[in-house]
Design a protein around this ligand. Structure first.
Ligand code: FES
Ligand code: MG
Length: 584
């Protein structure tokens, strides 16, 4: 790591320290004088000030246990920045936790991205370190950093440890759902569900399976925006703290060298990220987030390309919910380096990372692997095709997806009778009613949980109706315009686009209609004639939801559909350029 000399700063006008973004109103000398006076008020001396300023986005919050190691990470990051000759300055932004954010965490992701972008822009920093972890925070930070444009590097808080329930290993939150399913089916009692509740989240850090947080950590490393090896160390380990220290030092080099996000987040880098998402059996939410981040760079990610990549990319990681292990096992087995060694022939290895070296160069530095059983060789995958398939049809003209690696193989080709719920409240009211007319072969349909319908909650994982759960039914075809948690599994069709609340065909499905799912043909169809559909549309005009004021007004007015990343339209450069698509 080079120390910043005056010569460096002359050669690299990007690294301007406290001078950056001075609002001089005609007297820049006085503005800098004031800025220095105030920072000295916090106890800094002159020697600390004339060097690259590295901002650190601090997302610690009592409401976010996934970020519970924030103080230790910030300390280590600051040490790294100072060892490399920079001045670390942490600042707060919004923090979002999945279980504490209402109405949904997705509702707040774009707000956090705007907060992050504007705070990076407003304050004098030459590079920024983004510390996130819980599902929406990393996407929000990368979206903000992509738009702000200064050198940026992502650090994640790392995964939580696994717990133990009556000597069975458990972790959030695939096992949360499994145990809750057992409780709903009367397989375990009140005392046992209470006992397991204390074991599911065994430490601070993000969910210990390949949920959205772990998915975003892995794809961010593949994207090049995180230090190689930075995705997998658990939150409470020395490895995690050392990654934090190195992240600090790397940020100083990025500031000096002007290594901005546009040099790293290229179309090829996004294709690498998508490939990794599929190979890890990653969260379906990752697709929406990558689409949104790419959109900020003016890059279009197309669902059909995702499907094509999926057909040639097997699932190699044996982690829940697609497999059996946890993130700490992934780390012990070599983490992303071990995965990339297997995926190398399919990846663009010439994409740049935050280190200034390419993905290929970093993999060479990491050296050879070792025998282990969590990251499978290409020749012996967990699942032969990518975890996620893209569906189209008259029910989803702009696409829908299914996480086939976590679905029941017997339901992949299925035709059944629709059992329709108009919205979440309707579902909550009736799904456990013994009088509900439903059989195991039916297709459960939930409307109005898309971006404008309900800010896209993870309600796409509809529970199995209680009377069927008690009879031993474990999976059914379920369809919605919402999302599901990355830690969930089942034969679940998600992100139906356009959504029902803006008049997508899903809005016109009626009880008793027949629906056909064919993963092989990549289709999802409502077996109702076009004439009948047109008639239903005419008879039931849709009134789009609106809000009088505030953030909700902005959200409902400008939010885009799943195929555009559910970002606000005004935050995406309108001229997404076709030439930004990678060559085949
Ligand atoms: Fe934060 Fe799962 S709730 S990562
Ligand atoms: Mg989640």
């Amino acid at each position: 790591m080079t120390k910043t000399s005056d010569q460096d700063k002359k050669n690299n006008p990007e690294a301007t320290g406290l001078r950056k973004g001075l609002t001089s109103y005609g007297d820049s000398g006085f503005s800098l004088f004031l800025r220095k006076a105030f920072i000295k008020g916090a106890g800094y001396s002159d020697i600390a000030l004339d060097r690259p300023v590295i901002g650190i986005a601090n997302t610690g919050s009592a409401f976010n246990p996934c970020h519970g190691n924030m103080p230790q990470l910030i300390e280590a990051v600051k040490r790294g920045v100072m060892l490399a000759g920079g001045l670390p300055m942490d600042f707060p932004t919004i923090s979002i936790h999945e279980s504490f954010a209402s109405p949904t965490s997705m509702y707040l992701r774009n707000l956090m991205s705007m907060d992050t972008e504007e705070m990076i822009r407003a304050q004098p920093m030459d590079a920024v370190i983004l510390i996130g972890g819980c599902d929406k925070t990393v996407p929000a930070q990368l979206m903000g950093a992509a738009s702000a444009g200064i050198p940026a590097i992502q650090l994640v808080t790392g995964s939580m440890l696994t717990g133990s329930h009556r000597s069975e290993r458990v972790g959030a939150c695939t096992d949360c759902r499994r145990f809750w399913g057992k409780y709903r089916a009367d397989e375990i009692d009140h005392d046992e569900i209470n006992a397991v509740n204390s074991q599911l989240v065994a430490s601070v850090g993000t969910c210990s399976v390949m949920g959205t947080a772990s998915t975003m950590a892995c794809v961010t490393e593949a994207l090049g925006m995180m230090l190689p090896g930075g995705a997998s160390p658990p939150a409470v380990t020395a490895d995690r703290i050392r990654i934090a220290e190195r992240t600090g030092a790397t940020a100083v080099a990025m500031a000096i060298n002007g290594l901005t996000p546009d040099k790293i987040m290229t179309p090829k880098a996004f294709e690498n990220a998508l490939r990794v998402l599929l190979a890890i059996g990653g969260s379906t939410n990752g697709i929406i987030h990558l689409t949104a981040i790419a959109g900020r760079m003016g890059i279009v990610l197309e669902l059909d390309r995702l499907d094509a990549i999926g057909r040639e990319t097997p699932v190699l990681i044996d982690l829940k919910p697609s497999g059996q292990y946890y993130m700490e096992d992934f780390h012990a087995s070599g983490g992303m380096h071990a995965l990339l060694r297997e995926l190398k022939p399919l990846m663009h290895m010439d994409t740049l990372t935050v280190t200034g070296r390419t993905l290929g160069e970093e993999l060479d530095i990491a050296g050879p692997g070792f025998p282990q059983s969590v990251i499978r060789p290409f020749t012996s995958p967990i699942y032969p095709q990518g975890g996620i398939a893209v569906l189209r049809g008259n029910l989803a003209p702009s696409g829908a997806i299914i996480k086939q690696s976590a679905a029941d193989a017997n339901l992949m080709e299925h035709e059944g009778r629709a059992v329709v719920f108009e919205n979440i409240e309707d579902m909550a009211l009736r799904i456990d009613d013994d009088a509900l007319d439903v059989n195991a072969d039916d297709v459960l349909v939930l409307k109005n949980i898309g971006p404008t319908g309900a800010s896209m909650p993870e309600a796409g994982y509809l529970p199995i109706p209680k009377k069927l759960a008690r009879a031993g039914v474990k999976d059914m075809v379920r369809i919605s315009d919402g999302r599901m948690s990355g830690t969930a599994g089942g034969t679940i069709v998600l992100h139906v686009t356009p959504e029902s609340a803006i008049g997508g065909p899903l809005a016109y499905v009626k009880n008793g209609d027949r629906i056909r799912l064919s993963v092989k043909e990549r289709s999802i169809n409502l077996l109702v004639s076009d004439a009948e559909l047109v008639q239903r549309i005419r008879e039931n005009p849709i009134v789009r939801p609106t809000a009088e004021r505030g953030y909700r007004h902005l959200f409902l007015k400008t939010v885009t559909q799943a195929d555009k990343g559910v970002d606000f339209d005004f935050l995406r450069p309108v001229d997404a350029k076709p030439e930004n698509k990678p060559e085949e």
